[in-house]
Design a protein around this ligand. Structure first.
Ligand code: C5P
Length: 245
């Protein structure tokens, strides 16, 4: 049976992963967090002492991505090279501020694109055991949700549903701040204003890079979540899915 693929793209902190995860849980779909994959490669580079913004290291960084295995043993865990759970570490501000050089690297994008498409198909190269990410507990799923920046435009251009989530920058910064407080992850000196500037900087980098920039696909449904609660945004997408399934 064909899998119903939902592509969710949008700027930083627009609610993509929260919405995607809840949606996947509700519908028993698989969930793939493509941003976590860019984060995992960034972490690997930093550990090897390679600065992602060093353009003389671009080839080397591409090779690291090609040689890395990223798996999703469940909806909220990310494992690199089958051994280490990096779920928490990849959310640090050090990773976020260094990710640009990884996300704009063409060979990194090619390597991750291949993994992402394999995950969406539910067919996995031997080195990539992501099965449970989409096929929870060995159960066959009816669909999958993948969130990121280029899912509807580049990774799954023929997805059954494409959603482009947007929200006012002030609202996004406040949400991210609240989330950090809630998770006890608020770092020294962090303010809503500072987060807002960082989000806007990252959005600028994501929309202006040469390879696979953040962009709404022509056939994506735009959803502004500025004045929606999380249950409301999940509901809105659920209805779009039901109408098309
Ligand atoms: O979604 P998340 O905030 O975890 O993504 C982190 C960064 O990874 C983004 O700002 C972007 O630079 C990059 N990314 C990307 N393409 C994707 C997902 C994430 O370039 N599909």
């Amino acid at each position: 049976a064909r899998i119903f693929r939902v592509a969710i793209d949008g700027p930083a902190a627009s609610g993509k992963s929260t919405t995607a995860k809840l949606l996947a849980e509700k519908l028993s779909f698989g969930y793939i967090d493509s941003g976590a994959m860019y984060r995992a490669i960034t972490l690997k580079c930093l550990r090897l002492g390679i600065s992602p913004s060093d353009s003389s290291k671009a080839t080397e960084i591409g090779k690291i991505a090609q040689a890395t295995t990223i798996t999703f043993p469940n909806m909220s865990s990310v494992v690199v090279d089958k051994t280490e759970d990096v779920s928490s570490e990849i959310r640090s501000s050090t990773i976020t501020s260094n990710i640009g050089g990884v996300a704009s690297n063409k060979s990194v994008r090619e390597a991750l694109a291949e993994m992402q498409r394999a995950l969406a198909r539910g067919d996995y190269p031997e080195t990539f055991e992501g099965r449970e990410g989409i096929n929870h507990n060995g159960k066959q799923v009816k669909g999958m949700v993948m969130d990121g920046r280029d899912i509807g435009t580049v990774i799954l251009p023929d997805a059954e549903l494409k959603v482009f989530l947007i929200a006012d920058a002030q609202v996004r910064a406040q949400r991210r701040y609240d989330e950090m407080v809630q998770r006890n992850k608020l770092e020294e000196g962090e303010t809503v204003d500072k987060i807002k500037k960082e989000l806007e900087q990252r959005d600028h980098e994501d929309t202006t890079r040469a390879v696979s920039p953040l962009k709404k696909a022509d056939d994506a449904v735009e959803l502004d979540t500025s004045n929606l609660t999380i249950p409301q945004q999940v509901e809105a997408i659920e209805e779009l899915i039901r109408n098309r399934m």
